[in-house]
Design a protein around this ligand. Sequence first.
Ligand SMILES: Cc1cc2nc3c(=O)[nH]c(=O)nc-3n(C[C@H](O)[C@H](O)[C@H](O)COP(=O)(O)OP(=O)(O)OC[C@H]3O[C@@H](n4cnc5c(N)ncnc54)[C@H](O)[C@@H]3O)c2cc1C
Length: 247
Amino acid sequence: MNVKLLRVTENGTNLVAEAARISGVSSIQTAKGIIELITDNDYSSALEHIHFTFDISAISVALSRELLEHRIASHTARSTRYMEEKGFSYYVPRELEEREGGEGEGVRIYKEAMARAGEAYTKLRELGVAREQARYVLPMALHTHYVVTMNVRSLINFFMLRLCVRASPEIRELAMRMYKVCMDEYPDIFSRIWCRGFTLGVCPENEVRPPQCPFKKLVPKKREIKSQFEEQAQRIIEEDLKKWTKK
Ligand SMILES: Cc1cc2nc3c(=O)[nH]c(=O)nc-3n(C[C@H](O)[C@H](O)[C@H](O)COP(=O)(O)OP(=O)(O)OC[C@H]3O[C@@H](n4cnc5c(N)ncnc54)[C@H](O)[C@@H]3O)c2cc1C
């Protein structure tokens, strides 16, 4: 997997601070102070003025589908309709290789399946079958190439979801690589961000948080925290509703 920064908004800290001051944030606050306030308190719309464009290569088609689920972004992917895929390269899950020391039965079956798909694709192409028809025999592991542009607010959402240990390993690795780039560019923002548990201070994954979560002992479950005040809060909500909805 390769992740390269193609473009990033320059001097974004001042740009965000200028935008935030228009909305009423104190003019004596420093740009760094404003960035911290906006990030911590989630007044995030001003962060949308900063954009990152990434060139991402040697990722699987399966990962590209997961990436595409992030709708607040601009996506461009390599086309299997217009590009030739003879002799394609493909993703091999690290966990599959590690499980069997790279030589096991699982890896052998996996690689044979790739070879068979490659043969079928090549034969179809040699028969004169169009790429747009032949491509349906290509596997989800096929390497693809991607360009994605995301603003910082959307990147924060992406990192909160995809740096979580529950995210699938390939997209988690991508998130790690993108996060490193973002940290190099805007550490004042991104040092405050990681998975949802770290960023929010409570983990919404509740019971499905797996044993390998590194924050399991540090970050409480959302349900745990909520149960401490929920009954009392429900009564407040009922009273408020009654007050505001009576004729
Ligand atoms: C651990 C994990 C497991 C997952 N499992 C599955 C799965 O089994 N099946 C599956 O289909 N997906 C799955 N997903 C993908 C997930 O449901 C989201 O589609 C994906 O993470 C994109 O997140 P998003 O919608 O917040 O991002 P974006 O699409 O970038 O949206 C950002 C934010 O904008 C708002 N928004 C965007 N579009 C709308 C809209 N139409 N209406 C209202 N608000 C909107 C929301 O607040 C949203 O959080 C999984 C994700 C994770 C992290």
